[in-house]
Design a protein. Structure first.
Length: 76
């Protein structure tokens, strides 16, 4: 696993990305996933998402979600 340093840039923290991790874009998304901080290319549009949805078989989730029934609880 590669390591790199965190440094200050004005009032922000910055991380220098090693060459093999550098992006070929000028803007990325950043979000937390548990204890991780994830950087990824900003999606250009929703075309890829719609293409993925269109590729699902016609019987996808035909039987429903099979979720457990809602819990019944006493009100506060």
């Amino acid at each position: 696993m590669r390591m790199t340093r965190v440094f200050r840039s004005g009032n922000s923290q910055a991380v220098r990305l090693p060459k093999e991790f550098q992006f070929d874009v000028d803007e990325v998304e950043i979000f937390r996933r548990g204890e991780e901080i994830v950087l990824r290319k900003k999606p250009r549009n929703l075309t890829a998402a719609f293409e993925l949805l269109a590729s699902l078989p016609d019987d996808f989730m035909k039987g429903g979600r099979r979720d457990a029934p809602p819990q019944e609880r006493e009100p506060f």
